[in-house]
Structure formats: structure tokens, C-alpha cells
Design a protein around this ligand. Structure first.
Ligand SMILES: [Mg+2]
Length: 365
């Protein structure tokens, strides 16, 4: 590596477990708390912030596996550090917890670089747009109809969202009724999206897609598991034409996105910078999707996605996920406030976010 200009002097990682505001469930999981792993990287008197929503074990990987190879290296050489971190986790397996750990560090390195250069992160990337559309996302299966309706309507009325997304399960009759509750709540003011979190088999997914089409739904996320790209492709090929198929939230590296794209599994590729090897991985996946003429959508962590989404090719929108929007408003200074159904990347140096360590202390694990 070339002579360091900003040698990394410190890499810290801590995990915080934040209870949800109500029990939550999707088609394949139930939860009552969200764990946020927060990383700070220091060099030349500046500090970069990164984070991932992952098991607390990711903090251990940052401290024990990644920090030692980062110490003293040039903070500006992000591509080389990204390669080195990926090599370092080879024997533990990259997809999953290791990729989340690398993601948090990579985000911190980009923030650090922009702060050292004293420019907003989206200017460092070369932004394609000044504002990024968001869609409201929640509508958990654990909600009763009133809560479902109030949450979805709130995003349309308060944040100005043009689209909202709800979770669905495997019971066609129940899901038809829930979609009707949602549709009535948002009237014709917004598009309705559904997410099965991989709960269905392809034939059942097609039956639900037909129901959804009748209820005016135009987005069906992970109808079947993303581990079965051919199953997704089958649903995509046979679903009603107005219903787009989306997946990608479990893509942890470029190979996973290539598989979804090569099998023609998705109409829209979802990418999550907190899992897919950080902002470096996010932008690489967006370029890969562009080569397949497939648009992209950022998955969860809206505060973190503002700058990279402003720069990404073929961006549709950023997910305004209930849990994360709530946590980021609580624990990050500089968290975005939507207006007119969109957010703007921060104009402060870096991504403009600062973690409120004192407020977060009571959630530390
Ligand atoms: Mg999803």
C-alpha cells in the first residue's frame, strides 16, 4: 500500500439492543427488538461513523478480525481496505454476519474520508439527484387492522409518501382482507406494495399475486425465498404484468446479486448497504444491476442510504422502514426528515450523521 496520508488510529465497535414500539412479525419471523452495531473509525483527528442492523456478534468481528488489519493503514485507500477485509473473513464465510461487520466499517471509512476532505459524502460520490424518494414500510402481521391502517395512512399524510409497503403471510383470505384494509386507509393517494419475506412456494405466491393485482398492488417482494432465484423467476414470469417482483435484501456480496440478475429473478433489485459490504458494495451492486437494465431500491437504514442512493444508477427509492426510521431519529443527530415523500442527503461533511452515545448508553449490550 502507498504511504499513508491518514493512518487509521482507532476502530471501535459496540452493539445496542433497542426494543420495538410494539411486537412485530412478517411472513417468516417475529421480533421485539432491533440490534444496531455501531462502528467508529478515527484517522488524522477525524472520526467516521458506520453501522449495521445485525447480531451483536458483528461487533466482535469488527474488533477481533477487522480492526487489527486496519490499524495504521491509510484511511483514504478504501478499495484496498475493502479487499483486505473480505480476504480476512474468508475462513468464517463472507455472507451474513461477516459481511454486516465489513459493511459497518466500510460506511465509517466513507464518512471518514468525506470528513477529512470536508465535503458532503454525496458530493464525493458525484450525486445523480438532489433528493431521494422514500416509501413507508412496515404493516407488520402482528398489527391489528386499526394499527395497520393508521401506520400506512400516516406515511401518506405526514411524510407525503407516494407508496407504502405491508407484510403478508400465507393465508390468501386473510391477506386479501388486510390488503383491503390498507387500500382503504391510503385511498387512491398512494401505491400499495407487499412483502412476503420468502414465506411462500411459487404456486401459492402466484395465487396471492393474482389477489394482490386485483387489489391494485404493484410490488411483490420476496414472494418466495431469495435462496431460490429460479422460483422467483418463475413467479416473475407468470405473475400479472402490473405486479413487479423485488428481492435482494439478503444479498451480501456481488455474487449474490449476479445470481438474482442472471436468473432474471427480479424486476427491481434491492440492495442494503448495511449488509452488502457497505457503500462500496452498494454502489457496485447498483452498477451491476444497471448493466442488466434493472432498477434498484435501497433496503432499510434510510439515514445511511441518503448519500449512496443519491449517487446510485437507476434508483427507484429508499425504504423508510418503521423500526430503523424510529431508531435513527432517536439515536442519530442529522437523521433525515422526509418532506414531500423524499429525503435529501445531508450537506454537512461526511454523511452528516453523529451517533448519540450518551442517549444510546441504556441500550448497550
Ligand atoms: Mg423485505
Amino acid at each position: 500500500m502507498a504511504r499513508a496520508h491518514a493512518p487509521i488510529s482507532s476502530v471501535r465497535a459496540r452493539a445496542y439492543r433497542i426494543p420495538t414500539d410494539a411486537p412485530e412479525a412478517d411472513g417468516t419471523l417475529e421480533w421485539d427488538a432491533t440490534t444496531m452495531v455501531v462502528v467508529h473509525v478515527e484517522a488524522a483527528g477525524a472520526t467516521g461513523l458506520g453501522y449495521t442492523y445485525a447480531d451483536a456478534a458483528a461487533a466482535g468481528i469488527v474488533r477481533g478480525t477487522l480492526a487489527p488489519i486496519l490499524a495504521g493503514e491509510d484511511a483514504f485507500a478504501i478499495a484496498g481496505l475493502w479487499d483486505a477485509m473480505r480476504r480476512q473473513v474468508r475462513n468464517m464465510g463472507e455472507p451474513g454476519i461477516a459481511a454486516c461487520a465489513i459493511s459497518a466499517v466500510d460506511v465509517a471509512l466513507w464518512d471518514l474520508k468525506a470528513r477529512l476532505l470536508d465535503i458532503p459524502l454525496h458530493r464525493l460520490f458525484g450525486a445523480r439527484r438532489a433528493r431521494v424518494p422514500i416509501y413507508g414500510s412496515g404493516g407488520f402481521l402482528s398489527y391489528d387492522d386499526d394499527r395497520l391502517a393508521a401506520q400506512l395512512a400516516g406515511w401518506v399524510e405526514r411524510e407525503g409518501c407516494a407508496r407504502v409497503k405491508m407484510k403478508i403471510g400465507a393465508d390468501p383470505a386473510r391477506e386479501r382482507a388486510r390488503m383491503r384494509v390498507a387500500r382503504a386507509a391510503i385511498c387512491d393517494g398512494a401505491a400499495l406494495m407487499i412483502d412476503a419475506n420468502g414465506a411462500l412456494e411459487p404456486r401459492r405466491a402466484l395465487a396471492i399475486a393474482a389477489i394482490a393485482d386485483g387489489e391494485g398492488v404493484d410490488w411483490f417482494e420476496e414472494p418466495v425465498t431469495s435462496d431460490d432465484p429460479e422460483g422467483l423467476a418463475l413467479v416473475r414470469a407468470q405473475a400479472p404484468g402490473a405486479v413487479e417482483i423485488a428481492a435482494g435484501e439478503y444479498g451480501y456480496n456481488p455474487h449474490a446479486f449476479r445470481r438474482l440478475l442472471e436468473t432474471r429473478a427480479v424486476d427491481v433489485l434491492q440492495i442494503d448497504a448495511t449488509r452488502a459490504l457497505g457503500i462500496t458494495g452498494f454502489l457496485a451492486a447498483a452498477e451491476l444491476a444497471a448493466a442488466f437494465a434493472i432498477p434498484v431500491s435501497a433496503h432499510t437504514a434510510p439515514a445511511l442510504h441518503g448519500a449512496p442512493a443519491a449517487a446510485a444508477a437507476n434508483l427507484r427509492h429508499v425504504e423508510w422502514f418503521h423500526d430503523h426510521a424510529r431508531i435513527e431519529a432517536m439515536l442519530l443527530d442529522g437523521a433525515p426528515v422526509p418532506t414531500g415523500g423524499a429525503i435529501a442527503p445531508n450537506e454537512a461533511p461526511g454523511h452528516g450523521l453523529t451517533f448519540k452515545e450518551k442517549e444510546a448508553e441504556r441500550y448497550a449490550t
